[in-house]
Design a protein around this ligand. Sequence first.
Ligand SMILES: Cc1ncc(COP(=O)(O)O)c(C=O)c1O
Length: 387
Amino acid sequence: MPVPGTDLRVGAAIRGEFPIFETATYLNSCSQGALSRRVRDAVEGWLAGWDENGAEWDFWVERNEAFRSTIAALLHAGADDVAVTTSVSQGVSALVSALPLDRGRNRIVISEYEFPTVGQIAHAQELRGAQVVHVQPEDDGSIPAERFAEAIDERTALVCCTTLSYRSGHRHDLAAIAEAAHAAGAIVLADSYQACGAVELDVRSLGADVVTGGTVKYLLGTAGLGFMWVRPEVRKALVPTQTGWFADEDIFAMSIADYSPHESARRFDSGTPPVPALYAGVAGVGLVAEAGVPVVESHVGGLVGRLLDGLDALGATVVTPRELARRGPLVCVRSTDVDALVASLAAERIIVSSREDKLRVALHLYNLDEDVDTLLDALARHRRLLL
Ligand SMILES: Cc1ncc(COP(=O)(O)O)c(C=O)c1O
């Protein structure tokens, strides 16, 4: 809802930044955010600088730090507590490499909704003696905090509970899960890729000890760039054995004689920063930050509500919870033939995606009521493909 006197940067006010809407109804931000003019200009700026000056090393390092600070502001964190990563995978691998997984604390508890990379990194630790415990959803698709609490004990080193499921749209009760984990002395990783940029994440109250994400989706950048916030009290005991020269206490010492990880969360950085993705990332996150995540979240909440009402009217089977606190920008709907449904919608230039037997519809700051209505009209015509 526009508030008189404020300069809202969501919906119709921002739509012109994203050329894709001239030809498509774009509802796929859970896979990739739409390209903005600002991000295109930033990437072209990187190419122009390369052309003119060759290596703009100082500016690249500055972009890396600009990204770190932008993410810190987004998460209400200090810049020293944010690592700049090349992917969630790189950050989580470095994190897990710092866990001793000994002295009887060798368990990793993971929700069934983790992204494959988190599950695979957890299982890779079996080679180091870890045991991985999976927490399964209830019949209604939710994973209540009690299910985590049952799986967590004094043998648990790490609990992985994604903030928002990439395959069902469920949002975890992170605070309650973290309470159970902390009581047992375990740390909590909340992979927040499907939330950051569309859901307000305040690390001061979230409960998790580690928060990861990246710029491909709701942060409106491109591939090759991510971040990892690590609670400072937890970080001090974590010394990654998977590392790189940008994680060193003094990058420019160029020493090959020792390993001295940086005091700050930078110790989870890796090698040469992903320069093109940094240009895109700083510009993309800037658009989200200017809009303000709480404003985006409320805009998206309205669109999701409209979509859920329309899906109910169609008699569709929605797997995403109704309760506002349990959902985010992603709505998942069961289909009898999801590939055919995605293809039929794509033929009408309605861009969505799928996971398993579910259609995924993702709403973001640039979407409008009319996008929801366009999709609902098309779904009514393809009703036989909905369960
Ligand atoms: C929840 C979640 N985590 C992680 C990723 C990707 O991880 P990475 O940055 O390692 O490719 C995705 C999507 O690509 C995701 O949806």
